[in-house]
Ligand binder design. Structure first.
Ligand code: HEM
Length: 447
């Protein structure tokens, strides 16, 4: 952190993983400015495998934020102008509705500022909470914010930042090329990748964490999920201290610590002897076949009093992807109740309020240059089949709505025939549109 222009406030130092900012628990509470920019960017998931990550600050997990109890945080959240989607941030360290999410919803090219006071010490997850929430988290939108207790945590020699996440790709583990997000796998909780710090190999192959014999090491470990709970373990080490679930309770002499999705743990231990210590999720197929494997490389003298077995190089190496064949689910027969027009409009309104409003806004007014209006939309009113297809398949490329050009991406929406019929019937019946009634049968024909 460093002093900036205004007296009495500080700019927070932010770091990308596996690094953490310097300890600050020793200083007095202050007004702390955090400036973070959301970037949607292509990155590498594994050798030859690309993925479009959505990031807080350009890394997965997002920038590490270090505060101390009593700090008043002024959070500046920017959404890069090249991004396609609106985003926000829910920080578990915030006491207040939505953890900041409602005040921080920000469209591409804009900035939102909101403030909160950190009153509970601990290690907290933050994440995007814009619909579809699971998709935003699955694409990498999570990170950690530490609230140090007064006086700070006990000093150690090395501190690192690790965060687990599960990823769902169209292709199976290792399938080459740019892989897109697979919503069906995400709903079924069958990830192709389970990784530390956003990719296979983030902590191996030259990216190992390092320490010297005799040093104490603290790991700030988070789990972004979106789905899986982590059984965090370092092979050949025993955690001396574990801040259970990132809180105040310290457990001693722990082999494996559970880290819930949306939760954390602070572990520390002294490294007594040299060698490679393998960091895993002990749900072990994830480590050897899906990527959740890192290395802490300890250099120095072997300590024969502690360990005198042979040290074999190459034990515990990643084994690559198991070929998963998930059964193709037969399209469940949809029960389409007989609803009155008023009932359809009412359910359609609920769907709009959870699924579409984040982009098209609550009164269908859209956002200039980013999301077209659905209110009095000529594009919508001239072609209802095209509207149905837009929701089924998504839409990209240049379109003109009410004389204004849009060139953006709408993801396909994972809704049933009945739901699409209802939401469109609601939209057509609202905001000056032409009152077309859409039936599930019309959607089914186009699916
Ligand atoms: C375009 C409906 C969800 C982003 C459209 C259009 C319709 C529509 C009818 C055609 C243009 C118009 O008539 O104004 C819906 C419905 C949704 C939904 C019913 C919910 C079920 C979303 C979401 C996003 C989004 C969640 C953002 C993540 C867009 C964009 C376009 C568009 C960017 C223009 C695409 C282009 O430039 O080619 N939407 N939408 N929509 N929608 Fe949605």
């Amino acid at each position: 952190y460093s002093k900036i222009a205004t007296e009495g406030e500080m700019q927070a130092e932010l770091t990308s993983p596996p690094m953490v900012p310097k300890p600050i628990g020793g200083r007095a509470a202050t007004k702390l400015k955090v400036s973070m920019e959301i970037k949607e960017q292509e990155g590498t998931m594994a050798d030859g495998v690309k993925y479009t990550y959505w990031t807080f600050g350009g890394s997965v997990p997002g920038s590490f934020i270090r505060t101390r109890v009593g700090d008043e945080v002024e959070f500046h959240l920017k959404n890069h102008p090249d991004n396609k989607l609106p985003h926000n941030i829910d920080l578990h360290a915030v006491t207040g509705p939505g953890g900041g999410a409602t005040s921080s919803l920000v469209a591409p090219g804009h900035e939102k500022v909101f403030s909160f006071k950190v009153i509970n010490p601990g290690l907290y997850v933050y994440h995007c909470a814009t619909a579809p929430v699971g998709m935003h988290i699955a694409n990498g939108m999570y990170g950690l914010i530490l609230v140090e207790p007064e006086g700070g945590l006990p000093p150690v020699d090395k501190e690192y930042y690790i965060m687990q996440g599960d990823f769902y790709t169209q292709g199976e583990y290792g399938a080459k090329g740019l892989q897109s997000f697979d919503m069906n796998k995400a709903i079924k909780e069958t990830p192709d990748y389970v990784v530390f710090n956003g990719k296979v190999g983030s902590l191996t192959n030259g990216n190992e964490l390092t320490a010297k014999v005799g040093e104490t090491v603290r790991l700030f470990v988070g789990n972004g999920g979106p789905n899986l709970v982590s059984s965090f373990h370092v092979i050949g080490e025993i955690f001396d201290n574990v801040h259970v679930e990132g809180g105040n309770l310290v457990n001693k002499n722990v082999q494996t610590t559970l880290i819930p999705a949306g939760g954390s743990s602070i572990v520390d231990f002294k490294v007594e002897t040299a060698g490679n210590f393998i960091i895993v999720d002990h749900s072990i197929f994830r480590a050897f076949n899906k990527g959740a494997l890192g290395i802490l490389k300890v250099e120095g003298e072997e300590n024969k009093k502690i360990y005198s077995g042979t040290i074999q190089e190459g034990i515990y190496l990643p084994e690559g992807g198991t070929i998963q064949k998930m059964p193709v689910s037969s399209t469940a027969k949809e029960v389409v109740p007989n609803r009155t027009l008023a009932e359809k409009i009412k359910t359609g309104k609920d769907i709009f309020g959870t699924t579409c409003f984040a982009c098209h806004q609550s009164e269908g007014q859209g956002i200039p240059n980013a999301f077209p209006p659905l209110a009095k939309s000529d594009y919508l009113n001239t072609d209802s089949k095209r509207a149905i297809k837009t929701i089924l398949n998504g839409l990209s490329g240049e379109i003109t709505v009410n004389g204004k050009k849009f060139n953006n991406v709408m993801p396909s929406q994972n809704l049933s025939d009945d739901e699409i019929a209802n939401v469109l019937t609601y939209i057509y019946s609202s905001w000056g549109n032409n009152k077309t009634e859409i039936t599930p049968q019309m959607v089914k024909t186009l699916r």
